[in-house]
Design a protein. Sequence first.
Length: 174
Amino acid sequence: TEQRVNELAEAQKRTEQRVNELAEAQKRPEQEIKELARGLKETREMVGNLSDTVGYSLEDRAMKSLPSLLKERYGIEVTERLIRRYVKYDSKFDEINIFGKGKKDSREVYIIGEAKSRLSKGNVDDLLKLVQRLERHGVIKGERFLFMVTYTARPESEEYALSKGVEVIWSYDV
């Protein structure tokens, strides 16, 4: 029986060693998953920054050339420099990609635009909700000219924008 007890003790040691090895082996995938999650977060931040850069570049180009385009195409004379503007209200804020004022037939017009690399119906809806908030908080009062500057749009997105009173201005026009 003593030999049997020694064999069982040895088997117990081997089992404990194997359990420890398995525990160590499990730690490696957990660490790898943490590293992958960290890498994914960094990738998302880089893509977000790249997207911002593309968007800001499109906005900047548009703000420079829009005054002449608005005058020629829509009869709107820009009277207040077009800017990127943040509007704060109720402890929240909105960013307006392109904001300014102009005159059309001696009437004041608020010029409000968004720049999106790929125009979607959701972008149009977001712009319209933004305008509602701006009106509700008294930031804009009166006539407005709404537009989206974009590199590309599916036909149904362009048609949707136009049906909602939002002009589509193509990147190659600015």
